[in-house]
Write a protein that binds this ligand. Structure first.
Ligand code: SAH
Ligand code: SF4
Ligand code: F3S
Length: 441
């Protein structure tokens, strides 16, 4: 297999994108090379997501397209990785002609061996979940990046068991990565010219690891990473509202390089629904956490995730979500229709009883409201000056560059001589609901 080329396609969340960088690293160590061109590949990995039914349908459609590539390349091997692999296991080998082998999220060290066996014509599957695997010692190969921002996985798995969610089943037990390896990776990235890192986990607030000096929690880790250099921006995702502490907010106040942006998924604005979702907080608790953020960090942006049409949600309960959104004035939101996932608590215990049209209508209302809130939030920024970290040439025009401010808002402005990695003071002149447009001050 020496020198054979691999291509990887990634679906789902940032964790999956981060995993793909680990996968490529493992394969490079086994003497494979990486290509950005699918047509050149001898081996294609599809790193998949199971979070909603639609995510899986997209992958299945893609697999049938990939299968047709074999006509030209009979020796092509296709591996299915990630959460769908974990959820469906070797069922996929029977259902999908395109798939030669299967590896779950904790089996990536075994990929070179699996590929060898698949190359001999065996249909192989490794979906064993581990209580310990964090890939701590693997140096990820940064893919498709701009050399400025990078992800660092700090933990894996999730044990929150929100009733609707597949992640605890596809990703296994929660485990934290050794803090020294995280800090080392962050330092190395900074030395290579990276200026922004995002610490990743399904619930970063419950990070916990043991060092020679004692236990370290997420707040402690954040401080250590923020201490690396004031020019290194730190982001983190995702925070669970039940665990967002004042201590964390105080550390953010102390370090201007910890970005003023918190992603705090609310899911619903109604306490009965939240309880049924097993989110372990109430509407009031969530509002209290938002008030704390606004008190400690008045300039902090807050974004969220919302699910519309969870089992038994009434129209009044849906209105509670809308009123919470109005109150919270979210800067940004990811919004979804509830999608029942096999084997979750909700699938076993609760009927998926909100009609598709109702889910669609509720989602549309939530999206329309968020569109209004995002525009209002952006309008408030017109006239302000922000420090922007330049990421790349703007997609709209060669004469513009794009980057983000600390609040994670996308800002475009005239390129001049700016290059990726520069910090620029930008005055905001206009906006849309999605973008701020400005000029260097
Ligand atoms: N760990 C993060 C997010 C994980 S998944 C957290 O706990 O917040 C990202 C988002 O997908 C979730 O926040 C939720 O809004 C959405 N989601 C998860 N399962 C879903 C389902 N079955 N149907 C619809 N949306 C879902
Ligand atoms: Fe899923 Fe809840 Fe875990 Fe997030 S915290 S990954 S929504 S179970
Ligand atoms: Fe999807 Fe797995 Fe992430 S289900 S959202 S890729 S953890």
């Amino acid at each position: 297999m020496e020198g054979k080329k691999i291509y990887i396609e990634t679906y789902g969340c940032q964790m999956n994108f981060s995993d793909s960088e680990i996968i490529v690293s493992v394969m490079k160590d086994a003497d494979y090379s990486f290509t950005n061109e699918m047509k050149d590949a001898d081996l294609i990995f599809v790193n998949t997501c199971s979070i909603r039914e639609h995510a899986e349908q997209r992958v299945r459609k893609r697999l049938s397209e990939l299968n047709s590539l074999r006509k030209k390349k009979p020796h092509l091997l296709i591996g299915l990785l990630g959460c769908m692999a974990e959820r469906l296991k070797d069922q996929l080998l029977h259902e999908e002609k395109a798939v030669d082998f299967i590896a779950g999220p904790d089996a990536y060290r075994n990929l070179p061996a699996l590929v060898d066996l698949a190359g001999e014509g065996q249909k192989v599957t490794d979906v064993i979940l581990s209580d310990y695997e964090t890939y701590a010692d693997i140096n990820p190969v940064r893919l498709g990046g701009n050399g400025v921002s990078a992800f660092i996985s700090i933990m894996r798995g999730c044990e929150n068991y929100c009733a609707y969610c597949v992640v605890p089943y596809t990703r296994g037990k929660e485990r934290s990565r050794d803090s020294e390896t995280i800090i080392h990776e962050a330092k190395e990235l900074f030395e290579k010219g990276y200026r922004e890192i995002t610490l990743l986990g399904q619930n970063v607030n419950s990070y916990k690891s043991v060092t020679p000096d004692g236990e370290i929690d997420f707040t402690g880790l954040l401080e250590k990473v923020a201490d690396i250099d004031p020019l290194l921006r730190i982001r983190f995702a995702t925070s669970h509202p039940k665990d967002l502490s004042d201590r964390l907010l105080m550390v953010m106040v102390k370090y201007p390089n910890i970005c003023r942006s918190i992603h705090l998924p609310v899911q619903s604005g109604n306490t009965r629904i939240l309880e049924k979702m097993n989110r372990k907080y109430t509407r009031e608790w969530y509002m209290n956490r938002l008030t704390a953020i606004r008190n400690f960090l008045p300039e902090c942006a807050i974004s969220t995730d919302i699910i519309c049409g969870f089992s038994s949600e009434t129209v009044e309960e849906h209105h509670d979500t809308l009123s919470l959104m109005e109150w919270a004035k979210f800067d940004y939101a990811y919004m979804f229709k509830y999608s029942e996932r096999p084997d979750t608590f909700a699938e076993k215990k609760y009927p998926d009883d909100i009609a598709e049209e109702t889910k669609t209508k509720r989602l549309q209302e939530v999206i329309a409201l968020q569109q209004k809130l995002s525009l209002e939030s952006n309008k408030k920024d017109v006239g302000k000056i922000f420090e922007v970290l330049v990421e790349r040439e703007s997609r709209r025009s060669k004469d513009f560059v794009s980057g983000r401010n600390s609040q994670n808002k996308m800002i475009i402005f005239p390129r001049k001589d700016f290059v990726a990695g520069d910090y620029v003071q930008v005055k905001i002149l206009r906006c849309t609901a999605a973008t701020l447009i400005g000029e260097a001050d």
